[in-house]
Design a protein. Structure first.
Length: 196
């Protein structure tokens, strides 16, 4: 379980294809604090640390993960948002994030607004996911508040700190991102479909 508050970024230093899996080597300042079997969110995708190397660590993304996320499009040198699993008893500054990406979305607009930024994303309706105004959404692992919620489309407002300390600064129109919709909203939607 995560909070969506990005701890740091990492750089993909190696990608190894292994049948349908990808082994990703990540260079990051947190590598020395990790242990094998720990969960780390990479652009919102919960992956298990399988190897610790000098100055880096390795995680494996399997076919299910690659089918639902943007990790099948990453390249060596790409920057990923990182968050270690939350510790019970600490403040929950973002919202409850599982690290289970629901689907990808595409950035369709980037606007600067006097020091902050607005990003608009479009997503496929096949999965029946929804957003609500002022609800929570996770984009590439970042806990954000939805503004301008529309059918299959929403915007988020980004403060300068988030812009500088995540890979949002690399987003352009056409950037593919990982989306995790609010877990409470998903359960409520499922219940409403079953009973109404």
């Amino acid at each position: 379980m995560f909070t969506g508050i990005i701890e740091t970024i990492g750089e993909i230093s190696s990608i190894v294809h292994d049948d349908g899996n990808l082994h990703l080597e990540i260079k990051s300042k947190i590598f020395s604090e990790l242990k094998i079997d720990q969960s780390v969110s990479h652009n919102g995708v919960c992956l298990t640390v399988v190897e610790i190397k000098p100055e880096s660590y390795v995680v494996t993304a399997i076919k299910e993960t690659l089918d639902k996320s943007n990790l099948n499009t990453v390249s060596v040198g790409d920057i990923v948002n990182l968050e270690r699993a939350m510790v019970l008893g600490n403040r929950l500054d973002g919202h409850l994030v599982q690290g289970h990406v629901d689907q990808t979305g595409v950035c369709i607009e980037v606007k600067e607004a006097d020091g902050s930024y607005y990003y608009t994303f479009k997503y496929n309706d096949d999965y029946k996911n929804i957003t609500i105004e002022k609800g929570s959404i996770t984009v590439n692992g970042v806990s954000l508040t939805v503004v301008n919620s529309k059918e299959n489309e929403f915007s988020v407002a980004i403060i300068p700190y988030t812009y500088e300390h995540t890979n949002f600064k690399d987003f352009n129109v056409g950037t593919l991102v990982n989306l995790e919709f609010d877990v409470i909203g998903k359960y409520l939607q499922k219940l409403s479909q079953a009973y109404f």
